[in-house]
Write a protein that binds this ligand. Sequence first.
Ligand SMILES: Cc1cc2nc3c(=O)[nH]c(=O)nc-3n(C[C@H](O)[C@H](O)[C@H](O)COP(=O)(O)OP(=O)(O)OC[C@H]3O[C@@H](n4cnc5c(N)ncnc54)[C@H](O)[C@@H]3O)c2cc1C
Length: 505
Amino acid sequence: MQPLSSIFETPVDALVEIAPQCLVIGSGTSGVTAAIELAQRGLRVAVIEAGPFVLSEHIGSTPFADQHEMVPRIHDLVRRRTVWTDSAHEADAKAGQLAPNNNAWEAVGGRTLFWGGCTPRFIDSDFHDWPYDADHFRPWYERAEQLISASGYNDGTGEVPHFIAETGPLVSRLAEAGITATCPPLGIDTRAVRDGRMSRGFDSSVSRLLRCPAFGRRADGAKLTLTAECAAVDLLLDGATVRGVRVLDRRSGRHLDLHADEVILAGGAVQSTRLALAAGLDRIDPLVGRYVGDHLFVQAALKLPAPLHHKAVYLFIPPLPDRPYHVQMQGMFSNKWYNPLDATMWLDGEAHGDTLLYYCFGASRATDEARVVLTGQPGDPLRGYAVINDRTPEDLATLEAMEDFVQHVGGALGAQVARVERHHAGAALHEFGGLRMGTDPSSSVTDPDGRFRRVANLVCVDSAIWPSQGSANSYLTITATALRNAEKLAARLSATTPELASQGA
Ligand SMILES: Cc1cc2nc3c(=O)[nH]c(=O)nc-3n(C[C@H](O)[C@H](O)[C@H](O)COP(=O)(O)OP(=O)(O)OC[C@H]3O[C@@H](n4cnc5c(N)ncnc54)[C@H](O)[C@@H]3O)c2cc1C
């Protein structure tokens, strides 16, 4: 029997024969969002993905969500270990002598198979060093929220999940201490079945791709295709133009050269940056690979005086302009600590639990010294890198304030702070930078639309282009960034391609 994927995947040889107009590298939310947008505007788009096809939707929307033993094993099929460290350990990192301390995922759908579902927007002040402001970006936030069937937003279609009703007493205690708490914004379709359509659960780029009417096999004439287990290992440059992408077909072990009019980097901030470095783009622009950072992340466990008798509690304390971090509190648990290998943490609670898991994420900026370095490890080309990041004095001050805030919240709830931990850079899994965008060519690799300034047909649509990480977790803003940059790219291409213009690109 053929595998399921044979009915929708396009073999890599077909991409060699008929070059797509746009080649998207990566199938996470950034890649799939951009690919669908481009295909819907009439372009022939191929997505290549280094990892295999393992799930057709987020794990929390599948029956595996209840298989607590199996879920980590599913992660392990597509998880690899990575290194984030500080400049004091750079030499060891480059020599490949540091034990891995972080995770990355390679699969069709990328991290959208496993992410946690929290989708706040950046607040206006988070955009202060971006090349555009919050007002400019708002329409893409609105479209991205519709795309991922977000709950609890103000477009009239989302319904707020009812966690808040269950946690009313906690909200009141926080309010008495001057802390506003709300329901978290979620990238989860919680609407009732309607118009013959089932709710979609957690957003995942793989299910969005499979649902897209333009998606199918190249042999069947589809505008939007997927080729899995196909890793981009080099960009083939002809002067200042990308003439092709060298890929490793992991199934056969062959290297092949693919051609496309436009190449779109969507491997996640670190991998898009790593590929640019592997292609030697830092020789064209020394800023390539720099200003790499991650969300600030402090975690805690708050033990309440008594159980709430609710299994699924979820509270969100939004950031403020002078409090550049937010808090997510999930419960109830009796004895648990955050584990990224769980299926749906906050839906796996215990009715008699008395402990809330507390996650605080803070805005962060990186310096030009914070960067991806190639470690030249032989073997798999995607794995030979490390990220070097020293916390800035500003980041350290925010981290301290975040730790103080745990005590403040714990006190307001009458809870005992049972454990607090400040995580190293990288652990939040909300990385950014490496291909920084800006309006000034002397301080940016890409323009505000993610277009490389010194390479003609290369665009980045993921958080590698972000100048900084705002207070909000990254998923929604990555999705909106990808949507925006794809729209800008399609508009540019339609200006030079009359048949696209007539299709409304
Ligand atoms: C357990 C967990 C919980 C999370 N919870 C939240 C949350 O609640 N809220 C939130 O906002 N964010 C959350 N995140 C983070 C969020 O999932 C990511 O920020 C976001 O999904 C990243 O999307 P991306 O498309 O940029 O990258 P990815 O999802 O990493 O996708 C990139 C894909 O590109 C592929 N790729 C890379 N390089 C190549 C190459 N050279 N050739 C071919 N393919 C390549 C990779 O294999 C990967 O599949 C969570 C992440 C995890 C792991």
